[in-house]
Design a protein around this ligand. Structure first.
Ligand SMILES: C[S@@+](CC[C@H](N)C(=O)[O-])C[C@H]1O[C@@H](n2cnc3c(N)ncnc32)[C@H](O)[C@@H]1O
Length: 318
């Protein structure tokens, strides 16, 4: 029997909102750009195609398969430098590579890639059976360990806060009861079936375990904490005029991005009554338009783009 092909190139990823990203990329022929979510390099390759010989592309990811693909690209293109790091720690990982210079662009295309979702061995999908893992980098606790080690209250909090699951408490109780009866949750389908059984409100267009799986994935990878830290570090590293482009796929992510950009664009609130004129202190960004979603044409080509939201801002001189 032929084994399943699990090489990095076996699962492809279609870059989302590519035309919009290219239209809003940093101006100038030789930009230095950080792709903080390299994935399979769809955005990176397109950015490189529009970049002169003195441009640089820093290809960052925390997923070993994405990094293998980034190393392959770097071997072909001297403008590419691979950075193996979570983007929450990008300041330490990228600053030493820049010398005195700032970045002209940072792209963050959040969430998981299609190869991560589609490979059952990564444990992200409730549609296919696989080990209950969900770690992008292999570090920290797997989803199976989170389910095994968290008490009922903690599980309910994760499902409620990160998955916005209405029946979080009921599902958490069912999982803990199953554990007490000796069940060990080690497989994705096993967990999906248990959640489905505990879930009282099935909808025709959504698997009942969708929100629980989303919540576990966000928790296992600390995705919202990473986002907060990554956004701040990205702005710290941008040169004046440099652009930050963020694509989010989840309302919790988009809320964090929107609030962060607004805060950085408004600066520190001034005490009332102070006779100060001019812009508030601490303004670091200027918003470039409002958030935008994918075009109808893209949605027809790639339904996975449906919840994407792109927000862009430009660093202003301090
Ligand atoms: C949606 S995919 C990016 C796809 C990419 N733009 C492309 O065109 O192929 C998101 C990628 O970001 C990576 N990622 C997510 N969170 C990360 C984090 N905190 N640090 C580093 N990489 C992260 C994932 O491993 C995944 O490869």
């Amino acid at each position: 029997m032929r084994g399943r092909d699990t090489t990095p190139q076996a699962y492809a990823h279609t870059p989302v909102m590519l035309d919009e990203v290219l239209a809003l990329r940093p101006p100038g022929p030789h930009p230095w750009i950080l792709d903080a979510t390299f994935g399979r390099g769809g955005h990176s390759r397109a950015l490189l195609a529009h970049m002169g010989a003195e441009g640089r592309l820093f290809a960052l990811d925390r997923d070993p398969q994405a990094l293998t693909e980034a190393a392959r690209l770097a071997a072909e293109d001297a403008r590419v430098t691979v950075v193996a790091s979570p983007f929450g720690a990008l300041a330490e990982a990228v600053r030493p590579l820049l010398g005195e210079r700032g970045l002209d662009g940072v792209l963050m295309d959040l969430g998981v890639s299609s190869p991560q979702l589609d490979d059952p061995a990564r444990g992200f999908s409730f549609r296919q059976d696989g080990p209950l893992d969900m770690r992008m980098s292999g570090a920290g606790l797997s989803a199976a360990e989170v389910i095994a080690q968290s008490d009922e209250g903690e599980l309910a909090r994760i499902f409620k806060e990160l998955g916005e699951e209405r029946f979080a408490k009921r599902i958490a109780r069912a999982l803990v009861q199953a554990r007490q009866n000796g069940v060990e949750f080690t497989r994705t389908r096993q967990l999906a079936d248990a959640v489905a059984e505990a879930h009282p409100a099935w909808s025709p267009d959504r698997h009942p375990a969708t929100r629980v799986f989303m919540a576990l994935r966000l928790h296992v990878n600390d995705e919202l904490g990473q986002l907060e830290a990554g956004l701040k570090a990205a702005v710290d590293l941008l040169a004046p005029g440099g652009r930050l482009l963020v694509i989010s796929f989840h309302s919790l992510e988009d809320r964090i991005v929107k609030r962060f950009l607004r805060r950085e664009a408004q600066g520190a609130p001034l005490p009332r009554g102070l006779p100060v004129r001019g812009p508030a202190p601490g303004i670091r960004l200027r918003l470039l338009g409002k958030g935008q979603g994918p075009s109808e044409a893209e949605l027809l080509r790639n339904p996975r783009a449906r919840s994407a939201r792109l927000r862009v801002a430009e660093r202003v001189a301090a």
